[in-house]
Each structure stands twice: as structure tokens, then as C-alpha cells.
Design a binder for this molecule. Structure first.
Ligand code: KIV
Ligand code: ZN
Length: 517
């Protein structure tokens, strides 16, 4: 946790699992949330906002289970201003070593009038009641005026002062709709510091959305104005255009310490791992030119640049790839690499697998090495992630053969194992993907709709592994499935079947059924 006596220390509050998960299509299951929470703790974030417990049973369970396993980092749960929400949040958080209730209510004229349909006086009362109620349950309470950046200053100061009096230890000023510009947002933070008499009793936090692409700039401007907590997400995931990207904030503070003399507790060498995990789980591919974690962020293509970097890295590199965890590989893997080297490589990449899982991963690595000249670290990360997500699958691919080309129809011969029972079919379709997905539907009839299908190459070259994301929707629930293989069609089938397996888990939670479909 942060050392609050260090006035230059910026608290990193990660909301990937709450605001990030609110991105349409980014929903994650319990197991995935636990994996992300563990990586966030390893990364050294100060607070993990694990979810919004009243929003759904899934959210409640995720916050509760994360609260049980996380020991170093504070775990926060979101609650609207009302005893029901706050009770539910506390129920989920009460086993945490460091629990935090984060309660909020809208304070802008627009939100109060149209969304809440409440008078400002009633909102002010609700602030006092909700913070006081939360504080009776939990020592660590954060309060947010939603749409704070568009709230009238007098009213904002009044609510902040009352929230602190009622027991809030952190006051978070959100730019909910990503409307602010840096100078204006910094001035807002300064105004709150100058006008709220008891502000020294709370940490000021900011929560910036990226609708105008200014979330990181606004957050950093706020830090320079006195904010000491930043709410952010891995890869900038979040509602609409997302939240401020954690990796950008942290690396900007680290790299430009001369201009911004503040620091965080983030172990930056875990940034790449966290970014890849969030991207794999959500299926939100990171754009290649994304700062810090994009595939090209440290790649030098132009001859002049390459020449410069070889002579002296700082000519074109303001940070080293190693600082964000892009290590130069010590062990180069190929088809002659044995078990021992593979296990060492897993350790080098930060994986801790039990013997059975390591053996499975080794078998897949050998297969891959037979097909691919060079096996890069990214290939191994993809392969292991794929193995981990598939561990409990009830539907598995036994074999897939595709006939495709210029002459239609394309044909897929598929053999699946469903709860141990082998099923086989041949289906035709409009293209190989269509034929494959139709074959799956024949062997395992279902009502899920395909919402999203995306292929991306893990590394370069025509023998690169394809990483496929499939999003399925059934009865209002969406799930993302992932699959990887050097054969794009096999990766597609794996991704579709992974998503189906996840839907089955969701179905079972509501009403356990045999796999009779
Ligand atoms: O964007 C926002 O205002 C929020 C609050 C709940 C903090 O996410
Ligand atoms: Zn938000």
C-alpha cells in the first residue's frame, strides 16, 4: 500500500475489473477476473476496484472471491448512494485484508435533473447519509461526485466538504464523460483544494474518461495540481472510449520525472504481462501503435532509426523495453528445445504451472515448433494462456479438416468430444469459417448468436500463430472465447468452442443441466 506520508507518491487505483468490464463485450468470468486481480497485485497497484457488487450475482461473487485472495492491495467495491447497495458491497468486501467501499452519486445539474430526478438538497443529504452509512461498516471509504467535471463549483465544494465530514478518506473527482481539457481540469482540482476547508483530511483522486483522447493528459494535469490518486485501467479499457491507461500514466511519471516529480509503486516490468492478459481475456486487441504496450511501441523500422538505436539506444528510445517487461530472450526456443529448457522458459516468462499443465503446454509447444521455424516468447505466452483457459472445457475438438478454395461450397469435417462422447459431422458453408461454425452447431445445437469474430497474428511471418476471438450472446449474456493455432481455422474453431464452454458454465450457474444438446 501507499506510504501516505510521502507527498510525491501517487496512489494507483485500478478499475479494469469494474469500469473496464463495463466496456461493451469485455465481460469476464470469475476465473478470468481472479487471474487479472492476481497480476494487478503482482504489478503493485494500490487499490483494485473489483466490481459493482449489487449489479449482478457474478459481480458480487467476483468481488467476494478477489477480496479473499488479495492480501497486499486494497480491494474496493462500488456502491450507489443507498443502504442496499452499500450493504451488498460490504457483504462482498468484508473478508478483504484491506477493504474499501467506493460510493458515488451524480452532482452535475444535468445528471441530478434528468438521471436522478432529485433536487440538489436531496443529493447533498444522500451524500452525508451514504458516506456515513458506509463509514460505519468500513474504515476506508471513497466518495465520488459522478460527472464531477460538469458540476457547479459551489455545490461540488459543499458536497466534498460534507463527504469528508461524514468520513470519506478519498474524494474522487470524475470526468465521467471525458469532456474536460487539461488546464481546466487542473484548475478544478486546485479550486477544490483551495476552497474545501477540510480537504487536508482526504486524498484527492481523479477518474478520467477518454472520449476526447485526453484522459491521461487530464489525469497528469490533476496530479500536478495536487491529486494523489489516479483511477485508471490496463490498456485504457473502460466505458465508451475507455479510461486513462495505467501504463501510460505510470511510464509518463517515471520517464518524465524531471517535469513531473511524482512516483507510483508500480513494478513496471509487469506491465506487458498485465496488458497481454487483459487483451487475451477480453478479446480487445491492443492497437500496434498504442503507447507503451503496442506491438510497435519499441520497434524501429526506419533504417536511420535502426542505425541510431544500434549506435546508442537513447537516440530513439526514451524508455527501454525492459522497463515494461519486454525482455530480450535469454533462451531461444525451437524444435530441438527439451523439457528442461521449456520449463526454464516458462519461469522466465513468469508462469507457475503445475506438472500436468506444464507437460500439456510442452506437448503443444513441440507441435508448434514442428510447424514454425522460430518460436517467440509471444507464441509461448499465447500457447500457455490458451492451455489455461481450456483446462475445464467440456466440449473439446478432436479433429478438424477443411476443404476450401475458389470453388464453393467449402466443407468442414469436424469431430468433437462432448463430455467424453465423440460426435462427428460434415457441414458446408459460405467460406471455411462459416462451414466450421455450422459443423459445431450441428454437433452441439445452441441458440447463441455470433456477435464478433476477430483474427490477429501473434507474431510476424506467414507461419505466425493466429489468435482468434469469438464473442457469443445467449439470453442477454455475452462471453468471449479465445483460440490460438498456426492454422487460422483451427484457432477459429477453438475460440468458438471456448466461448460455448463459457456459456455452459453460465447456464449451469442458473440451472445445472446435463449436456444433452
Ligand atoms: O465515470 C464515472 O464517473 C465513474 C464513477 C462511478 C466513479 O465510473
Ligand atoms: Zn468511469
Amino acid at each position: 500500500m501507499s506510504n501516505t506520508t510521502d507527498s510525491a507518491r501517487v496512489i494507483i487505483f485500478d478499475t479494469t475489473l469494474r469500469d473496464g468490464e463495463q466496456s461493451p463485450g469485455a465481460s469476464m468470468n470469475l476465473d478470468e477476473k481472479l487471474r487479472i486481480a492476481q497480476v494487478l497485485e503482482e504489478l503493485g497497484v494500490d487499490v483494485i476496484e473489483a466490481g459493482f457488487p449489487i449489479a449482478s450475482t457474478g459481480d458480487f461473487e467476483a468481488v467476494r472471491e478477489i477480496a479473499k485472495i488479495i492480501t497486499e492491495t486494497s480491494v474496493a467495491g462500488l456502491a450507489r448512494a443507498g443502504s442496499k447497495d452499500i450493504d451488498r458491497a460490504w457483504e462482498a468486501l468484508k473478508h478483504a485484508v484491506r477493504p474499501r467501499i467506493h460510493t458515488f452519486i451524480s452532482t452535475s445539474p444535468l445528471h441530478m435533473k434528468y438521471k436522478l430526478q432529485m433536487e440538489p438538497e436531496a443529493v447533498h443529504e444522500a451524500v452525508i447519509d451514504s458516506v456515513g452509512y458506509a463509514r460505519n461498516l468500513c474504515d476506508d471509504v471513497e466518495w465520488s461526485p459522478e460527472d464531477g467535471a460538469r458540476t457547479e463549483h459551489d455545490f461540488l465544494c459543499r458536497c466534498v466538504e460534507s463527504a469528508i465530514k461524514a468520513g470519506a478518506r478519498t474524494i474522487n473527482i470524475p470526468d465521467t464523460v471525458g469532456y474536460a481539457v487539461p488546464e481546466e481540469f487542473a484548475a478544478l482540482i486546485e479550486m477544490v483544494i483551495n476552497r474545501v476547508p477540510n480537504i487536508d483530511q482526504a486524498v484527492i483522486s481523479v477518474h478520467c474518461h477518454n472520449d476526447l483522447g485526453l484522459a491521461v493528459a487530464n489525469s497528469l494535469a490533476a496530479v500536478r495540481a495536487g491529486a494523489r490518486q489516479v483511477e485508471c485501467t490496463i490498456n485504457g479499457l473502460g466505458e465508451r472510449a475507455g479510461n486513462a491507461a495505467m501504463e501510460e500514466i505510470v511510464m509518463a511519471l517515471r520517464t518524465r520525472h524531471d517535469a513531473m516529480p511524482f512516483h507510483t509503486g508500480i513494478k513496471t516490468e509487469y506491465i506487458t504481462k498485465a496488458s497481454r492478459l487483459v487483451s487475451t481475456i477480453t478479446g480487445f486487441v491492443v492497437q500496434p501503435n498504442k503507447a507503451i504496450v503496442g506491438a510497435n511501441a519499441f520497434a524501429h523500422e526506419a533504417g536511420i532509426h535502426q542505425d541510431g538505436v544500434l549506435k546508442h539506444a537513447e537516440t530513439y528510445e526514451i524508455m527501454t523495453p525492459e522497463t515494461v517487461g519486454l525482455t530480450k530472450s535469454i533462451l531461444v526456443m525451437g524444435k530441438h528445445s527439451g523439457r528442461h529448457a521449456f520449463k526454464e522458459k516458462l519461469k522466465e516468462l513468469g508462469f507457475e504451472l503445475d506438472d500436468a499443465a506444464a507437460e500439456d503446454a510442452f506437448r503443444r509447444f513441440k507441435n508448434l515448433a514442428d510447424k514454425k521455424k522460430e518460436v517467440f516468447d509471444e507464441d509461448i505466452v499465447t500457447l500457455v494462456d490458451d492451455e489455461v483457459v481450456r483446462a475445464n472445457d467440456r466440449i473439446r475438438i478432436v479433429s478438424l479438416k477443411i476443404i476450401c478454395g475458389t470453388e464453393a461450397p467449402q466443407t468442414a469435417e469436424l469431430v468433437l468430444e462432448v463430455d467424453g462422447e465423440v460426435r462427428r459431422t460434415t457441414a458446408t458453408g459460405d467460406g471455411p469459417v462459416d462451414a466450421t461454425f455450422k459443423a459445431i452447431a450441428e454437433l452441439f445445437p445452441h441458440d447463441a448468436n455470433l456477435q464478433f469474430y476477430q483474427v490477429h497474428a501473434v507474431t510476424q511471418g506467414s507461419d505466425a500463430q493466429a489468435e482468434v476471438t469469438v464473442r457469443l450472446e445467449e439470453g442477454g449474456k455475452t462471453v468471449n472465447g479465445q483460440g490460438a493455432d498456426t492454422d487460422t481455422m483451427v484457432a477459429s474453431a477453438r475460440a468458438y468452442i471456448h466461448a460455448l464452454n463459457k456459456l455452459l458454465i453460465k447456464r449451469e450457474k442458473t440451472a445445472p443441466t446435463a449436456l444433452s444438446a
